[in-house]
Design a protein around this ligand. Structure first.
Ligand SMILES: *Cc1c(COP(=O)(O)O)cnc(C)c1O
Length: 383
């Protein structure tokens, strides 16, 4: 098969099973509203859980940072790209989360790839929750270590895998809140099982950080554990982008030697680090945003449970409505779109076959009325 034939056939396959992905251009899209072709939609697809993407203090911090440092970092952090703004942000993050060190990464995807690649050797085993994010599973598959997946949130299944002896080390991977189902991991039990087996524990809290825990410290604070490696990302509740890894002194020094995504990549713009620090201050002090989000989640659940909808057992901002077939999910999304709601249909391979869904994400920017309007539209579209 030639290159062109291979590419055409892969595209054709995606088209025939209704899983062809496209991007759409928005005039606006991170907050409560999404504007496309001059039409304004209520946005129930954004990960901007706390409505931080348009926060005046954060915007101002980014602008001031750009005036001080310029718009780019100028290089890898290992050469000249590590500025005071990065160091200050890392210190604030480490203080907040109670770790000796924090290291900034350009994205959560990069952080997960870097950590898994830097840590694992051929004789090791990575034991990851079956529903772990693509950035984790993909890195694990590319690593020289063996990947074993435990049944979703099933500590017994994890323990069974941990008990199988091997020559190397074991790395346990899970998430605070799962991105497609919105459910939380039993972190305390997972931490205990990992510790008992002498395994290293890595928790990716992309969807929990900022949203739950005291001062928004996330799922690990909420469940009172401290994993060896905590990955937090800033594209969701922080409303920006980027990520940080929280860990011990020695692990941080180790990553600075061996994490190739840090060494061979331009450091994030220092102005972005200024914005992250400003967002962190707001997130710590502004409990009202978290309360508003929790109230919105409760309001959606109470209303949706009265409708003939297939919901999941999620108590978080991620509220999937399971539809089943790909085309049916796409049709439901487009019916809702005609009525002014922006929701994304999530299809395999992102989720298991036969579980195509609408992924409703709630934020602190939504009002009760926004949610009531969505529930009415869902009722009309599915009855
Ligand atoms: C979004 C997400 C990531 C990727 O983070 P980015 O900063 O967007 O690259 C990683 N892990 C999980 C669980 C996520 O939901």
């Amino acid at each position: 098969m030639s290159w062109q034939q291979r590419i055409d056939s892969a595209l054709e396959q995606r088209r025939t099973n209704d899983s062809f992905r496209i991007r759409q251009v928005n005039e606006q899209g991170s907050g409560r509203y999404l504007v496309q072709n001059e039409i304004r939609y209520l946005n129930f697809s954004s990960n901007d859980y706390l409505g931080m993407s348009h926060h005046a203090e954060v915007i101002q911090a980014w602008q001031q940072g750009a005036e001080i440092y310029g718009v780019g970092s100028g290089g890898s952090g290992h050469v000249t790209g590590y500025h005071q703004a990065h160091q200050h942000c890392e210190q604030q993050l480490a203080d907040w989360l109670g770790y000796p060190r924090a290291l900034l990464f350009i994205s959560g995807f990069a952080a997960n790839q870097a950590l898994i690649a830097a840590l694992t050797e051929k004789s090791d085993r990575i034991i990851a929750d079956k529903l772990s994010h693509a950035s984790l599973l993909e890195a694990a598959m590319h690593s020289p270590a063996q990947l074993r997946r435990f049944a979703h949130n099933d500590v017994q299944s994890l323990q069974t895998l941990l008990a199988q002896p091997g020559d190397g080390q074991q790395l346990v991977i899970t998430e605070g809140v799962f991105s497609m189902d919105g459910d939380a991991a039993p972190l305390a039990e997972i931490a205990r099982a990992s510790r008992d087996a002498g395994a290293l524990l890595m928790v990716d809290d992309a969807h929990g950080i900022g949203v739950v825990g005291r001062e928004g410290r996330g799922s690990c604070d909420q469940q009172q554990i401290k994993p060896d490696l905590l990955v937090v990302t800033f594209g969701k509740a922080f409303g920006i982008s980027g990520a940080a890894v929280l860990c011990s002194e020695s692990l941080a020094d180790y990553l600075l030697q061996f994490a190739r995504h840090l060494i061979y990549s331009t450091a994030m713009p220092p102005a972005q680090a200024c914005a992250l620090t400003a967002a962190l201050q707001v997130i710590r002090r502004d409990d009202a945003r978290r309360r508003q989000l929790q109230a919105n989640i409760a309001h959606f659940r109470a209303g949706a449970e009265k409708l003939p909808l297939k919901l999941m057992a999620s108590q978080t901002a991620i509220q999937p409505v399971i539809v089943g077939e790909n085309q049916a999910a796409v049709n439901l999304a487009s019916t809702l779109r005609e009525r002014g709601f922006w929701l994304t249909a999530i299809r395999p391979p992102t989720v298991p076959p036969g579980t195509a869904r609408l992924r409703v994400t709630l934020t602190a920017s939504h009002t009760r009325e926004d949610i009531d309007l969505l529930l009415e539209a869902l009722y009309d579209a599915t009855r």
